[in-house]
Design a binder for this molecule. Structure first.
Ligand code: HEM
Length: 429
């Protein structure tokens, strides 16, 4: 149950009808075929052949956990930081990097002195396997703003996540000085890693909130087709996500490069938007199928567009449907990506997980989407897409209650380095 969940969580927003006229120069719409590829998509459903021995690289110019396919379990944890000087921040970043190297590699648990607390929680036994674990570190605006010596170094559009029009944000589930995204094949690996970090950095990190999520394991279909996972509204989610293995596309959409107007230390970083979006699943389950499909803009069973086809990889054709006869003009996918010639500017890389937290005080299931997305430019990416979605009919069934905006640090290129090294070097010169 959400502590402090207020009555807003069950209010029924008015059905909004403000999107007429948003045909966006109808005939000018173009399909964007690069979006249709499901293979290499980070949201492709885990297929069940994952192993405890799967290992993601820790070292690299960019952090892991963003463009690699999403494993079955994910978790976002927000912390406040105890660091009053650049040296103390450096100490945090170095020690956190050490833990991340060890945890993502796997290893043998040290036993230590029986008179002292054991060095490891032991929840994975004497040997813990890498299990596909990635831990991705990102920084919140408050880390910079609370520290005068750091304030001038903030990435350009990093700011506290504002309240969008359908939001009912709960203070205890929002923001933070830093966030860690944990992704692994199994939930226990994420929890083990979190407990290790809490145990080893109590002098530097104070936990604020956490949200776990998961996606179903879906074996390939009989015809070999590999699908994206479903969300808790029963729709396939991720069909039109940009291909995470297309490095040129990821350089353009996700990673900060020399052309971006950002401080030099931020190169190879990216912006992370996290949204904890409650789904009113009981209400949704009582909504006619045709209406559900019109609200999303895709067919429920196979994920195909309303404009035709029988597979999620078909590209929606809005150009020949300017009045919204097949795909309503205010359908979720049509607003999120009108497939307008300039829409390419607003593409985001989504990496969401479904969450199930128990029962809310209202007596309804507390389920929803731990929405996470990445983009090189926060305003052109998440913020622009969210503003287009403001007022969508789907709002009657969803309520964003938490999350935050964060900046993902560049990766650690090689052994001996640490996360945030370029920032610390800039601070100290
Ligand atoms: C609980 C909330 C949400 C649900 C249930 C949901 C569900 C879906 C579904 C079923 C699709 C179609 C399949 C696909 O391409 O992935 C989709 C597409 C999409 N959604 Fe959402 N979504 C939610 C929130 C959001 C938010 C907050 C954003 C961004 C602000 C967003 C952005 C998009 C985008 C960009 C697409 C792809 C559109 C396209 O290119 O065709 N969604 N969503």
């Amino acid at each position: 149950m959400h502590q402090g969940m207020n009555t807003q969580d069950v209010t029924q927003p008015d059905r909004r009808n403000l999107l007429k006229g948003l045909a966006i120069a109808g005939g000018a719409m173009l399909a964007t075929p690069t979006l249709a590829k499901a293979e290499g998509n980070v949201t492709i459903a885990p297929i069940g052949t994952s192993s405890l021995n799967d290992r993601q690289p820790f070292y690299g110019a960019r952090q892991s956990g963003i463009v690699n396919p999403r494993p079955a379990h994910g978790m976002i944890v927000s912390f406040d930081v105890i660091a009053d000087t650049p040296d103390e921040l450096q100490d945090l970043l170095k020690r956190l990097t050490d833990r991340m190297v060890r945890l993502t590699h796997g290893g043998t648990v040290e036993t230590g002195d029986p008179k002292l607390p054991p060095p490891d929680s032991g929840i994975l036994g004497p040997v813990f396997k890498p299990d596909n674990l990635t831990i991705t570190l990102s920084l919140g605006a408050s880390l910079f703003e609370k520290r005068p010596w750091l304030a001038g170094f903030k990435p350009k559009s990093l700011r506290r996540m504002p309240e969008f029009r359908n939001d009912a944000l709960l203070a205890e589930q929002c923001h933070g000085d830093i966030a860690l995204q944990f992704c692994a094949n199994t939930q226990d690996t994420n929890i083990h890693a979190l407990r290790d970090i809490l145990k080893n950095l109590p002098d530097r990190l104070v936990i604020n909130w956490k949200q776990e999520g998961a996606v179903p394991v879906v074996p390939p279909r009989a015809d070999g087709v590999h699908e994206n996972a479903r969300n808790f509204l029963g729709f396939i989610d991720g069909s039109a996500n940009p291909n995470g293995s297309d490095t040129a596309l990821m350089d353009k959409l996700v990673w900060i490069g020399a052309d971006d107007d950002e401080p030099a230390w931020a190169m190879n970083g990216t912006y992370q938007a996290v949204r904890i979006i409650r789904n009113f699943v009981e209400r949704w389950d009582r909504t006619p199928l045709g209406e559900q499909e019109r609200i999303i803009g895709r067919q429920k069973m196979n994920g195909a567009p309303m404009s035709g086809g029988d597979h999620e990889s078909e590209v929606p054709d809005f150009a020949s449907d300017p009045e919204g006869v097949h795909t309503p003009l205010d359908a979720h996918i049509r607003l999120a990506n009108p497939r307008h010639p300039h829409g390419e500017n607003n593409l985001i890389l989504r990496r969401p997980f479904n969450y199930s937290n128990g029962v809310a005080r209202s007596g309804h299931l507390d389920q929803g989407l731990l929405f996470i997305c990445y983009q090189a430019n926060l305003d052109r990416g998440f913020v622009a897409v969210q503003h287009r979605l403001d007022g969508e009919p789907l709002e009657e069934y969803i309520k964003p209650v938490g999350g935050g905006f964060f900046f993902v640090l560049p990766g650690v290129a090689e052994e001996g380095g640490y996360l945030g090294q370029s920032l610390i070097a800039t601070l100290k010169t």
